[in-house]
Design a protein around this ligand. Structure first.
Ligand code: ACO
Length: 436
């Protein structure tokens, strides 16, 4: 980051002396005011719940312009990456800053796929869970447990160790998600194969059984790979900030990523595609297309507490560029699988049509987000709704671990410790229990 010639001057209405604050420029995007010395100079904190105006770090990985609807990984537009690259190209790019050449790609793909198998003991750990446990609960546990299996990863000051743990996490996440699924079905676990792609391997570990040969459907493989690409990173969102904050204490990467998995689970974040599908299923059960108008009225009524899931985004106040790409994939998959007349897809299209025309949504700039379509694609592929967020976690792992690594190699890195505006009781004395 570059120090700007410009300074921000903060003045006070009570005559306290004003102070100058440095301003930094990024390569693209808004400048930031450096408030690190604010407390020292004024005895005051800033107040910004929800981080609406706070840059918590400097990062060179992902850039989003929410007003333009632009998403760049390492400078490359998502629209180009999604059609010209596969997910492992994106992982290489996010981790290393550049796209791989042919040799680098062969080596990287081989490295990741060869690390997909997990420690055999992991399945015994998994067996401690109830079969009906939510996959995100299971995944939080399994990822956290990885720290007990890979002790050497704990030297976080060693860049090579950090790289090995990044590869382990990216490689083993599909295996863990598939194992969580197989466990819920009571089916045997399927081991990865080194002759399949990363995404092909995931599909096979999910859907193959030892009873017959499983052939990966290339349309489905490409669609899932695109879901992974579109979810790979999204700068300082809630789960990534959680990984950074958790990792800032110096904890091991598996514990930090497990914290990210826990955060992603929430319905306002990664749980939205699951919540979106549940919403479609509920509308369908209550009467389908005929009930869409009634449902939309509820969404617009603030007292109902109902939100149109899969719509709106904290940062994108224009169309989510990932939603456009996902919409294309959605059509392709439904066509290829002969599901164009799927009632839930028709319902989704009707909700989208109404929302894009209705002043309530237009005025608030509420557009479909990526989760709106990714849920439909995953359902068409045969992925159960409860597993959607786990797939998101699988894809986001590369972003989380790259952001964690970036934080640790930043010379300005410190443990994260937000401050507060205290609004509780003023100091008082503890009364004897008989007098309370
Ligand atoms: N349905 C109906 N109204 C909405 C919706 C929605 N999905 N989203 C926002 N609004 C309304 C709010 O009620 C508010 O109206 P008001 O100004 O009259 O009070 C206005 O739009 C602004 O909403 P905020 O909640 O302030 O927007 P914020 O940026 O904080 O929230 C969020 C963004 C959480 C994503 C929100 O839009 C939402 O809950 N969407 C549904 C859940 C969802 O799809 N999440 C996925 C996020 S993307 C991801 O994680 C990959």
């Amino acid at each position: 980051m570059k120090l700007s010639d410009k300074k921000a001057t903060l003045s006070f209405s009570d005559g306290s002396p004003s102070i100058d604050l440095p301003v930094y420029q990024g390569t693209v995007g808004p400048d930031v005011i450096d408030i690190r010395k604010l407390y020292g100079q004024t005895g005051m904190f800033t107040y910004d719940p929800g981080f609406l105006s706070t840059a918590a770090c400097a990062s060179g990985i992902t850039y989003i312009d929410g007003d333009k609807g632009e998403l760049l990984y390492r400078g490359y537009p998502i629209e180009q990456l999604a059609v010209k690259c596969d997910f492992l190209d994106i992982c290489y790019l996010i981790l290393n800053g550049e796209l791989p050449n042919t040799k680098e790609k062969t080596d990287f793909d081989g490295l990741v796929v060869h690390h997909m198998m997990v420690h055999e003991q992991m399945q015994f750990f998994l067996r401690g869970f109830r079969r009906d446990a939510h996959p995100m609960a299971v995944l939080t546990g399994l990822v956290g447990a990885m720290s007990a299996f890979y002790h050497d990863s704990t030297d976080i000051t060693n860049p090579q160790h950090r790289h090995i743990s990044a590869i382990r996490l990216i490689s083993k996440m599909p295996t863990l998600v598939a194992m969580a699924y197989k466990y819920s079905q009571g089916q045997p676990f399927i081991y990865p194969r080194n002759d399949l792609s990363y995404t092909g391997n995931f599909l096979r570990m999910m859907f193959a059984t030892p009873c017959e040969e499983y052939k990966v459907n290339p349309v489905v493989e490409r669609a899932l790979d695109r879901i992974f690409i579109l979810h790979a990173d999204h700068e300082q969102n809630a789960s990534t900030s959680t990984v950074r904050l958790c990792g800032s204490s110096g904890t091991n990467p598996f514990a930090a990523i497990a914290a990210g998995v826990g955060c992603l689970w929430g319905p306002a974040h990664g749980g939205a595609n699951e919540a979106c599908l549940q919403m479609l299923e509920e509308i369908q059960a209550s009467g389908g297309l005929a009930k869409v108008g009634e449902f939309m009225e509820k969404v617009k009524d603030k007292n109902s507490g109902v939100r149109l899931m899969g719509f709106g985004h904290r940062v994108y106040k224009n169309y989510d560029p990932r939603a456009k790409l996902m919409q294309e994939t959605c059509k392709e998959v439904l066509q290829s699988l002969g599901l164009e007349n799927d009632p839930l897809f028709k319902l989704a299209m009707e909700l989208e049509r109404i929302a894009l025309e209705d002043p309530y949504f237009v005025e608030r700039k509420l557009y479909p987000n990526v989760d709106f379509y990714s849920g439909i694609v995953q359902r068409a592929i045969g992925i159960p709704t409860s597993l959607f967020t786990a797939i998101f976690a699988l894809a986001r792992t590369v972003g989380w671990i790259a952001q964690w690594g970036e934080m640790l190699s930043d010379p300005e890195y410190k443990i994260g410790r937000p401050r507060q505006l205290f609004t509780g009781a003023v100091p008082r004395d503890v009364a004897d229990i008989s007098k309370r």
